[in-house]
Design a protein around this ligand. Structure first.
Ligand SMILES: Nc1ncnc2c1ncn2[C@@H]1O[C@H](COP(=O)(O)OP(=O)(O)OP(=O)(O)O)[C@@H](O)[C@H]1O
Length: 349
C-alpha cells in the first residue's frame, strides 16, 4: 500500500458543544478513491468539512501528506491544504464562462499553461467545445462536470466530493458516478466522496467507510463491506440481506430450520450459541429441482432481476434474486437451495 495521503486520528468535531463526529480514525492511501456511506445525519458532510478546514476539530487530528492540518490547537486555512472540492450545489461562477470557471484555480500560472490545462480538464469531463458557454446554458449534469473539471485543474493532492450528483436523476447519477471513477483514476487523484447510495459507493470506491451516529463502523474494501460486514448495522446498510436464526454446531456449521449451513466463518462461533446468519439474495438460488419450497410473500420486479421475499416458518424471511423471467407469483411457492460460500453470523438479537 502507498503511504497514507490522508490520516484521521480519533477525529472529533461538532456544532455548539454537540458532538457530531466521534473518535473517527482512518487512513487513505495516495491514489485511492474512498466513499463515506451512511444514513442521513450520521456526520459524513461534517467529516468532509473538517478535512477541508471548514469546521474546527474538538479532538484528534487530521494529516494530509504527512502534515498536520487540524487539531484542537491548530487549524490550517482551507486554501493552504492543497484540496479540491466539489459540493452538491454546483457553485459555479455564473458570470464566468466554462473556460474561466475551470481556469479559476490556475490564475497564478502563465496564460498558455492555463489554456492547456483547461482544455485537458474539459476533455477529461467530455465538455470540449463548451469553453465559451455560461453555466446557465448547461444542463445540471454538465454543470457538475464543469465543477469537477474546475476542482481537478490545479491538480489537488486530495479531492473531496460531497454528494456531487445528488441533485440529478438516478440514471444520470449512476452514469456519472461510473464516469467519475474513470476520470479520477486517469488523473491519478486521491479522492474522498460522500454518498448515501451504496451502489454508487461500491461501483466507484477502492475503500468504503460506513458511518453511524458520528462513528465509523467499518473502513474496508467494498467486497468486505458486503461479504464480511463487521456488524449487523453494516450488513443491513450494505445491501439486501436477510437473517436466519440458527445454533452453532462448530466454527464452520450452523444448524437452522432449513438445515445446516456450512462455510468458513469470519468470526469465532461458540458451539451451542444462538446466532443470526446473514444470507444475501444471491446465496438463495431458485432451482426447480430443489426440495425446499418457500411461499412467496412479495415479488419485486426490478427490470434485470426479480427480488423474491420468501417466508420461512412463522416469522422469518429469506430474499432470493432471480432473473427477471421467473414467473412464480405471490402466494405460490418458489423452489430454492441455499448456497452460502461463507458464514456471516452475529450473536442472536
Ligand atoms: N451547521 C450546523 N449547525 C448545527 N448542527 C449541524 C450543522 N450542520 C449539521 N448539523 C448536524 O450535525 C449532524 C450531522 O450532519 P451531517 O450533515 O454531517 O450529516 P450527513 O451524514 O452528511 O447527512 P446527509 O446524508 O443528510 O447529508 C446532523 O444531526 C445535523 O443536524
Amino acid at each position: 500500500m502507498n503511504p497514507p495521503l490522508l490520516t484521521l486520528d480519533n477525529l472529533a468535531c461538532g456544532y455548539h458543544q454537540q458532538a457530531v463526529v466521534k473518535d473517527l480514525s482512518l487512513e487513505l492511501a495516495a491514489g485511492e478513491i474512498a466513499c463515506l456511506l451512511g444514513p442521513s445525519g450520521c456526520g459524513k458532510t461534517t467529516t468532509l468539512r473538517a478535512i477541508a478546514g471548514l469546521e474546527p476539530v474538538t479532538g484528534g487530528s487530521i494529516h494530509i501528506q504527512g502534515r498536520q492540518v487540524s487539531s484542537r490547537s491548530r487549524q490550517l486555512p482551507p486554501e493552504k491544504r492543497g484540496l479540491g472540492m466539489v459540493f452538491q450545489e454546483h457553485a459555479l461562477f455564473p458570470h464566468l464562462t466554462v473556460a474561466d470557471n475551470v481556469a479559476f484555480g490556475l490564475r497564478k500560472q502563465p496564460r498558455e499553461q492555463q489554456r492547456q490545462r483547461v482544455s485537458e480538464c474539459l476533455d477529461r469531463v467530455r465538455l470540449s467545445g463548451m469553453e465559451d458557454r455560461y453555466p446557465h446554458e448547461l444542463s445540471g449534469g454538465q454543470q457538475q462536470r464543469v465543477a469537477l473539471a474546475r476542482a481537478l485543474a490545479p491538480r489537488p493532492a486530495l479531492l473531496l466530493l460531497d454528494e456531487p450528483f445528488a441533485s440529478l436523476d438516478l440514471d444520470l447519477r449512476r452514469a456519472l458516478a461510473r464516469e467519475l471513477g474513470d476520470i479520477l483514476r486517469q488523473e491519478n487523484v486521491t479522492a474522498l466522496l460522500v454518498t448515501h447510495d451504496q451502489e454508487e459507493a461500491f461501483a466507484l470506491a477502492d475503500r468504503v467507510g460506513v458511518m453511524r451516529q458520528g462513528q465509523l463502523e467499518q473502513w474496508d474494501t467494498p467486497y468486505n463491506i458486503y461479504h464480511a460486514p463487521a456488524n449487523r448495522f453494516v450488513a443491513e446498510f450494505a445491501g439486501y440481506g436477510s437473517f436466519l436464526r440458527g445454533e452453532v454446531v462448530d466454527d464452520n456449521t450452523v444448524r437452522t430450520s432449513l438445515g445446516e449451513l456450512t462455510g468458513r466463518s469470519n468470526t469465532t462461533l461458540t458451539p451451542g450459541g444462538n446466532v443470526d446468519v446473514l444470507l444475501r439474495p444471491e446465496d438463495v438460488i431458485a432451482d426447480e429441482s430443489a426440495h425446499l419450497a418457500l411461499p412467496v410473500t412479495r415479488r419485486q420486479f426490478t427490470g434485470a432481476t426479480i427480488l423474491y421475499h420468501l417466508r420461512v416458518g412463522a416469522a422469518e424471511t429469506l430474499l432470493c434474486q432471480t432473473d427477471s423471467h421467473t414467473n412464480v407469483v405471490e402466494g405460490d411457492a418458489l423452489h430454492v437451495r441455499l448456497a452460502t460460500k461463507h458464514l456471516v453470523a452475529f450473536e442472536a438479537n
